[in-house]
Design a protein around this ligand. Structure first.
Ligand code: UD1
Length: 362
């Protein structure tokens, strides 16, 4: 069986790495499965893509569709046209997509229309917020998926509730956490650490890239100032996503404890996360990583598709109103943030479970 493994954007890379590692390990012994790694090119900067391949030992993609930037529709269309051409020329038996980015949805649709089965890793999660492009991607992908791999029992229930047959749903855990646990004791100290004289638990880590938070310069500035001014003088370290960078260029922030950097590669970013006093973010994946690392996590969002990070983990939804930031940060600095536990099956063995199931599909 030939599996197309699809990766397009930064958060996909840590999710596919352990699956590829496991197929390579099993395959070299048994030649049971083979795969073709398809990079759509949705993210293309070295710092958003190639550095992750190098650090996580992901092989060079077999194919790069090189779609580049564009609007949601442009990107979706370009990926579908190019992936369809590839499948016409060289079909596969199963298309495996991960997460909720545009590449996930576009490749799933393309494969399904050519009667190729689709497997979705991280299926079934829902924020309920239809203004997020990711929510649309999740719903469309899950409506045509054949094999659903979930990170939580809640995600499995969501799928049952939309009529998916139970025998197609596999609660396997979280491949992003496989990657985290593999590297957590072998991280890279980023340049900013020495340059800024950082030390453990004495800085705040910040990431923001959601269109709703960063596309309006005024709103972004207000949020940033609120965070910086309530940080007790702690450095606020902010690796800046290219989307945010465009808007940040229009804002002047003079506070000395504000440290903006280029996007960071995986081992450098996780190093900063592991030793942070707290992380403030609008990412979903980081709420999972913070939960496993036991780092207090303030989500600048009103909803989450990963409720276990709030119910079990260290994450709290602070929302997007700047007025909510001060009380939440006070809680961090008074050391009264909840401790949190690790969700079921987030144990580093998820890719193994997935590949075992994939072998039974032949
Ligand atoms: C995408 C995902 C989002 C994920 C995020 C992580 C979708 C709908 N969204 O959002 O779920 O959390 O990735 O990064 O798929 N750009 C560059 N260099 C790059 C990539 C992008 O400069 O390598 C620029 C683009 O030109 C664009 C902006 O960054 O202006 C946004 O890129 P895009 O791929 O559209 O979506 P993200 O916001 O990165």
């Amino acid at each position: 069986m030939i599996i197309d493994i699809i990766a397009g954007a930064r958060p996909n890379f840590m999710k596919i790495a352990p699956i590829i590692g496991e197929i390579n390990r099993v395959d070299s012994a048994k030649k049971a499965l083979s795969y073709r790694l398809v990079h759509t090119g949705q993210h293309y900067d070295k710092k958003m893509s190639a550095d992750f391949f190098t650090q996580l030992g992901i092989p060079e993609p077999d194919i790069n569709l090189e779609v580049g930037s564009g609007s949601q529709a442009e990107q979706t269309a370009k990926i579908m046209i190019k992936y369809e051409a590839l499948l016409f020329e060289k079909p596969c038996d199963l298309c495996l997509v991960v997460g909720d980015v545009t590449s996930t949805m576009a490749c799933a649709i393309t494969a399904k229309k050519l009667k190729i089965s689709v497997a979705h890793v991280e299926a079934g999660i829902r924020s309920g917020d239809m203004t997020m492009p990711e929510e649309v991607n999740r719903m469309v992908t899950d409506s045509i998926t054949d094999y659903f791999f979930t990170t939580s029992k809640g995600a499995s229930s969501n799928l049952v509730n939309i009529g998916v047959e139970k025998h197609r749903i596999f609660f396997v855990g979280n491949t992003m956490i496989d990657t985290l646990l593999k590297y957590v004791n072998n991280l890279n100290q980023p340049e900013v650490w020495k340059k800024q004289g950082l030390s453990p638990k004495s800085y705040i880590l910040l990431t923001m890239h959601r269109p709703s938070n960063v596309d309006q310069a005024d709103q972004l500035k207000e949020m940033l100032l609120e965070i910086i001014r309530n940080a007790n003088g702690f450095p606020v370290v902010f690796p800046v996503h290219p989307r945010t960078s465009k808007v940040l260029g229009q804002i002047s922030i003079k506070e000395r404890n504000f440290i903006a950097t280029d996007p960071m590669s995986y081992l450098d970013f996780i190093y900063l996360l592991k030793y942070a006093k707290a992380v403030i973010t609008d990412s979903g994946g980081i709420t999972e990583e913070a939960t496993v690392l036991g780092v207090p996590c303030m989500s600048l969002r009103d909803s989450t598709e990963r409720p276990e990070t709030v119910e079990i983990g260290t994450n709290e939804l602070v929302g997007t109103n700047p007025q909510n930031i001060k009380p939440a940060m006070n809680k961090i600095f008074s050391n009264s943030w909840k401790k949190g536990q690790i969700p079921e099956k987030w144990d580093g063995q998820t890719a193994k479970r997935i590949v075992e199931i994939l072998r039974t599909l032949q």
